[in-house]
Design a protein around this ligand. Structure first.
Ligand code: SAM
Length: 304
């Protein structure tokens, strides 16, 4: 949905744009390509490897200003202040993990590659998924696997994790995937690995992903010029719900007054949805990129 993201985001080719989730810089490079000289891109990633990997590619675009920031996008307002930037013309968030992160065994995001269960997007701080699975109470594990993974067998999985760690510390993705698979009674010919939801849940918990989204939503609406856009690509129903509910509170709706007439109610600043319903990936894109199956793209314009 790259074209739709750009179409939703770009209103002024000489404007200032923020990509809050640089990743492999596919979106960032496409934004830069469409900007005129004088335009500016500010890219965030909390993964220092992502910044290092893409910086030469992005900074090679002469004539446009590029600032790359190693930080959580939850600190967006403070970082814009630091850069001396008030409002921007558009902000893009493409949530979740990058294919690069998933493919590196040492990052521990995937059961497809055996490695230490780390799962931190920012390798420089915070507790790892290994810390979490080896120390959290059975109840906490069950709750987070149920909530973030929407996993119906969360209790059974949490019990199996606690029983396994009582014998030996759980250190690797293969160990954890095996414990979950056995707790769920094996693969039974299913295409999707039984540990998929548990891994997703642990990743979301380790990185406090929903809290970061809540924080950045509040900051973004105040940082976009009138007529500017905020575009968000989500991959999880909890993420999408947060985004939808947050912006719905900013969409003006009319309330009838007792004395006659109407008044508009909304939280400041007002916004309007660009598309009535979220966009989803075409069947073709879903076949090429299975991750896009759960993608929902929403966009708002600020100041209507
Ligand atoms: C799905 S990828 C983005 C892919 C990117 N749009 C591209 O075209 O390659 C998500 C990226 O956002 C980063 N990320 C996730 N949550 C973040 C947060 N709260 N703050 C900053 N970066 C974050 C991840 O480290 C990852 O590199």
């Amino acid at each position: 949905m790259l074209d739709e993201c750009l179409e939703g985001l770009l209103t002024d080719p000489s404007g200032i744009y923020v990509d809050g989730t640089l990743g492999n810089a596919g979106h960032a490079a496409a934004i830069l390509e469409r900007l005129k000289d004088g335009g500016m891109l500010i890219g965030f990633d909390r993964d220092v490897d992502a910044i290092e990997r893409v910086k030469d590619k992005l900074k090679a675009g002469a004539g446009k200003r590029v600032e790359l920031v190693h930080d959580n996008y939850a600190n967006m307002a403070a970082q814009l202040d630091r850069l001396g930037i008030g409002k921007v013309h558009g902000i893009l968030l493409d949530l979740g993990v990058s294919s690069f992160q998933l493919d590196i065994a040492e990052r521990g995001f995937s059961f497809q590659h055996d490695g230490p269960i780390d799962m931190r997007m920012d390798q420089t701080s915070g507790q790892t998924a290994a810390d979490l699975v080896n120390t959290a109470s059975e109840q906490n594990l069950a709750d987070l696997i149920f909530r973030y993974g929407e996993e119906r067998d969360s209790r059974r999985i949490a019990r199996a994790i606690v029983a396994a760690r009582d014998k030996v510390r759980i250190e690797t993705t293969a160990q954890l995937a095996g414990i979950v698979e056995r707790a769920k009674g094996g693969r039974k010919g299913k295409k999707i690995h039984p540990a998929t939801k548990t891994f997703q849940a642990l990743r979301m918990a380790v990185n406090e992903e929903l809290a970061s989204i809540e924080q950045v939503l509040e900051q973004m609406v105040g940082r976009v010029v009138d007529g500017g856009r905020i575009v968000i690509l989500t991959f999880h129903s909890l993420e999408d719900r947060l985004v939808k509910h947050f912006f719905n509170r900013h969409v003006p709706r009319e309330e009838s007054l007792q004395q006659g007439g109407v008044r508009k109610i909304y939280e400041e600043p007002p916004v309007k949805w660009i598309w009535k319903k979220p966009l989803t990936a075409s069947e073709e894109e879903q076949t090429i990129n299975p991750r896009s199956r759960s993608a929902k793209l929403r966009a708002v314009e600020v100041g209507v």
